[in-house]
Design a protein around this ligand. Structure first.
Ligand code: 3PG
Ligand code: MG
Length: 418
């Protein structure tokens, strides 16, 4: 790790400004916002405990949702304070703002071992604008800056980047938390020279979202499996018919380039050879956003390479699931990002779950390292009850993708070098 970490610094009696990614999914229950998945909170606890054990006074900052500078009550971090207190078995004070005199007074009164969580930093537009004056205001309560928010590491915002600059200018330390360190280790170092065969599984909706990752990983992988709606753009690029499938016709050139690159680099690129297809049908209803509600009916296995005009691909088919699983079983290193189909609908989840199963089994029986690149693939693994059977699951969605693309993360760049 080229960056300073919490293990390297003395924080006794110091006010540590700890940026975490507590952007957790919330659902409304009886008029209250309730946390739907606490993984991102749980994963920061080792960092909190380490700092508290070293006698730090902790001030936690985070964002929730995209309130765009408004005090949107459904995006308050208050429920997170209560949840964190439950999980860490200590009181967690909550400030209903993230800057200002009241916050400064509360922070000044903190004793070593105390925790204060600040309100959503995105209640201010200055956060996303990385406004230097706002960063100064946040930094008023910081002797030391720690970033454990890997999931927000791709954002150059005031609390992820600006504050670090202010603290460093004052001569204070800026270090990575333990979660940040783990994420960079697995998504970075471990994939630097992976044990082979290295099998990469990519899915999700759009080639345009993933092309940079595909391109980069074609330089490392032995096998690349492509599923999800993205595969239909590849099919189109090969002159096949995709019916009503979700597709990006203007991105077929990118798919063709990827196919060509795989050939040159001798990477075995597997695309689905069969699919689950369904017929989209207009229900005549509109959703809350005023968009037509389309139902998918009459699903079936399509063993043809072409998808008929009136049907839509919604998952990889059983033969593809088997071919993908066989390829995965040979791996010593696995990287998986993106589902194989619309797995949220149980009718179209078999392909994604087959991949999840093969990844978990290969981790166990073949001693493979399996690294899951965050977002929907983590959700799918957890849904299939296999989350604990892989080597590493990232807490980052967009951040893990950008990092895998080889981009520097501003939240990491701002930290102090070793
Ligand atoms: C995420 O959930 O992707 C991170 O918390 C960053 O949030 P953002 O995409 O709204 O910047
Ligand atoms: Mg995001």
């Amino acid at each position: 790790m080229p960056k300073l970490t919490v293990n390297d610094i003395d924080v006794r009696g110091k006010r540590v400004f700890l940026r975490v990614d507590y952007n957790v999914p919330m659902v409304e229950k009886d008029g209250q916002m309730v946390i739907d998945d606490d993984t991102r909170i749980k994963e920061t606890i080792p960092t909190l405990e380490l700092l508290l054990g070293k006698g730090a006074r902790l001030i936690l900052a985070a964002h929730l949702g995209r309130p765009k500078g408004q005090r949107e009550p459904t995006m308050s971090l208050r429920p997170v304070a209560a949840k964190l207190a439950d999980m860490i078995h200590r009181p967690v004070a909550f400030a209903d703002d993230c800057i200002g005199e009241k916050v400064e007074k509360t922070a000044a009164l903190l004793q070593p071992g105390d925790i204060l969580l600040l309100e959503n930093v995105r209640y201010y537009n200055e956060e996303e604008a990385n406004d230097p004056v706002f960063a100064e205001k946040l930094a008023k309560v910081a002797d030391v800056y720690v970033n454990d928010a890997f999931g927000a590491g791709h954002r150059a915002h005031a609390s992820t980047e600006g504050v670090a600059r202010v603290v460093a200018r004052r001569g204070g330390h800026c270090a990575a938390g333990l979660l940040m360190e783990r994420e960079l280790k697995f998504l970075g170092d471990e994939l630097q020279s992976p044990a082979r065969p290295f099998v990469v599984i990519l899915g999700g909706a759009k080639v345009s979202d993933k092309i940079a990752v595909i391109d980069r990983l074609l330089e490392k992988a032995d096998v690349m499996l492509i599923g999800g709606a993205m595969a239909y753009t590849f099919k189109l690029a090969q002159g096949l018919k995709v019916g009503k499938s979700l597709v990006e016709p203007d991105k077929t050139d990118l798919a063709q380039q990827a196919i060509a690159k795989a050939k040159v680099r001798n990477v075995k690129l597997l695309l689905p050879t069969d699919n689950i297809v369904a017929t989209p049908r207009d229900t005549g209803r509109l959703n809350k956003k005023g968009k037509k509600v389309i139902e998918l009916v009459d699903h079936r296995v399509n063993t043809e390479q072409n998808i008929p005009d009136n049907e839509e691909g919604v998952d990889i088919g059983p033969a593809s699931a088997k071919a993908f699983s066989d390829a995965i079983r040979s791996a010593k290193t696995i990287l998986w990002n993106g589902p194989m189909g619309i797995f949220e609908d149980p009718r179209f989840a078999d392909g994604t779950f087959a991949v999840a199963k093969a990844v978990a089994e290969t981790t166990k029986s073949n001693g493979a390292k399996s690294i899951i690149g965050g977002g929907d693939s983590v959700k799918a693994l957890n849904q299939s009850g296999l989350g604990s059977q892989v080597t590493f699951m990232s807490t980052g969605g967009g951040a893990s993708l950008e990092f895998l693309e080889g981009k520097a993360l501003p939240g990491v760049a701002a930290l102090e070098d070793r």
